[in-house]
Design a protein around this ligand. Structure first.
Ligand SMILES: C[S@@+](CC[C@H](N)C(=O)[O-])C[C@H]1O[C@@H](n2cnc3c(N)ncnc32)[C@H](O)[C@@H]1O
Length: 201
């Protein structure tokens, strides 16, 4: 399950392709995030959309009144998303940033990661945990969507069991829940996913 996986050159991908054709493209707010924001009564505050890609999640959050920063390793992804957000009249702070070597210097009420963590190999996961921990305010949240162990096949992102998520994150986060769900996008059928709610200690 955890053999080394291959990923595209993200910058090349965003230069070559329209974001609408990408498997993760979802113009709406992720329904699992939507539900948990309601459940936690979170309607205002600062949010980081980590690995924003097409920027749809950042835009949906900004449309709901959150003060949003959106980052991605691909400068082209950031530039394209910034253009669309501007057309929509949304005020989002877009940053080109490699989360494993981050220059972000703010703490957020929550971080949303829909599909970035699950591209990192096992040996980088604790680096990710400590950077993301440093970007969240005390008692703030990490909302994480990643591929589930129930997703078949060998292609694409790493897969995780709920127990693995607990093992990786419990050093810095209280794992509130991990649910089996799907990853909304352009694939049919939709990939099996986990939605994880983690609260910083
Ligand atoms: C599966 S896509 C998900 C995009 C977006 N979150 C969404 O839901 O539409 C993963 C994203 O992570 C970005 N990414 C990969 N490695 C990264 C890194 N080290 N730092 C920041 N972003 C990264 C990629 O460029 C890509 O946009």
């Amino acid at each position: 399950m955890n053999r080394q996986r291959e990923f595209p050159d993200w910058e090349q991908l965003y230069r070559d392709k329209n974001v609408e054709s990408m498997p993760w493209f979802n113009p709406e707010l992720d329904p699992d995030l939507d539900q948990v924001l309601t459940k936690l009564n979170l309607h205002t505050g600062t949010a980081l959309d980590l690995g924003t890609g097409p920027g749809t999640q950042a835009m949906a959050l900004a449309g709901r009144g959150f003060k949003v920063t959106a980052c991605d390793i691909s400068a082209t992804a950031v530039r394209k998303a910034q253009g669309i957000a501007k057309e929509k009249g949304l005020d989002i702070s877009f940053r080109q940033d490699d989360i494993l070597n981050s220059n972000l210097d703010q703490q957020f009420d929550f971080v949303f990661d829909r599909g970035c963590f699950h591209v990192f190999p096992p040996e980088r996961r604790q680096d990710y945990v400590s950077v993301v921990d440093s970007l969240i305010k005390p008692r703030g949240y990490l909302f994480l969507k990643c591929f589930s162990h129930l997703e078949r096949g060998e292609q694409g992102p790493y897969r995780f069991t709920p127990a693995e998520i607990k093992e990786i994150f419990s050093i810095r986060f209280n794992v509130i829940f991990v649910e089996e769900t799907v990853y909304q996008g352009t694939l049919d059928p939709l990939p099996q996913a986990l939605f994880c709610v983690l609260e910083k200690y």
